[in-house]
Write a protein that binds this ligand. Structure first.
Ligand code: OAD
Length: 242
């Protein structure tokens, strides 16, 4: 009988939050159908029009209280708790800047593209909680300089966060699972290949085959609120019975 899986790395993208009412990026009605990413998600875009960029992220931050974690977020939190209780581990690496994984109860979460509910000062580098709108008139509470506050999100051309932690977790895992992401944006899109190269099985749970679907040994397609709870329950029952 094979050993139960106990060390799992999950990568999530915007598809996991879609059924909560958070927009994805590249689907037909996605965010990049309405905005040019160069205007709102690059350092150059912010330098050219900080008012537009603040407005873009302020709108998304304001929407957070109106959305709730869905069954997929909850299932991932339960899976983490279940694996942890049995001496295992789930590392959740998310590209999402929303807080739905935390609100569902996930603890071991790495926000590689930052978090909407934080801001950072471009002058001194301080990072602080941010629950209200940001503006170009804001002053940093640490260095007291004006005009340098920006959303704590990673823009195109910037280095995603927690890359060493994510790679270490993937290389030590029994299984890598990609959920609700198109596989269009690197380095996250490269994680499955890194896992396979290291002999770690890779699985995809998505609405439809992603751009790098061929890399995965195993895949299940359907809405995250259906496929994720079903898969998580299978993992937990496997751990219990074997
Ligand atoms: P995308 O919009 O590129 O991909 C969303 C994926 O979720 C697609 O493959 C959809 O098929 C899938 N999907 C949609 N609804 C779903 C559902 N109900 N259940 C399961 N899957 C569903 O979004 P991401 O892959 O998250 O980066 O995009 C990655 C990065 O590109 C984002 O973090 C963002 C973006 O530009 C930055 O802004 C830096």
């Amino acid at each position: 009988m094979s050993k139960p899986l106990s060390n799992i790395v999950v990568l999530t993208g915007s598809g996991v939050s879609a059924e909560s009412g958070v927009a994805t990026f590249r689907d037909k009605d996605g965010i990049w159908a309405k905005y040019d990413y160069r205007d709102v998600a690059t350092p150059e875009g912010f330098a050219a029009d900080p008012v537009l960029v603040h407005s873009f992220y302020n709108d998304r931050r304001r929407n957070l209280p109106a959305v709730e974690p869905n069954a997929a977020h909850l299932a991932l939190a339960e899976l983490e708790a279940g694996l942890t209780a049995r001496g295992g581990r789930l590392t959740l690496v998310t590209q999402n800047v929303d807080d739905l994984h935390e609100r569902a109860g996930s603890k071991n979460t790495l926000h590689m593209h930052g978090e909407l509910k934080k801001s950072t000062c471009m002058h001194c580098g301080d990072v602080c909680d941010c629950v209200s709108d940001l503006s170009i008139a804001d002053t940093c509470s640490v260095c007291k300089r004006e005009g340098g506050m920006r959303p704590y999100v990673v823009w195109f051309g910037e280095m995603p966060r927690f890359m060493d932690e994510a790679m270490d977790a993937i290389l030590a895992a029994d299984l890598f699972v990609s959920i609700g992401t198109s596989g269009a944006v690197y380095p996250a899109a490269g994680f499955a290949g890194e896992a396979r190269n290291a002999g770690v099985p890779a699985m995809e749970l998505n609405l439809e085959p992603s751009e790098n679907a061929w890399i995965f040994e195993n895949s299940r397609y359907g809405p995250a609120t259906q496929v994720v709870p079903q898969w998580a329950a299978e993992i937990l029952s496997q751990s219990l019975s074997q």
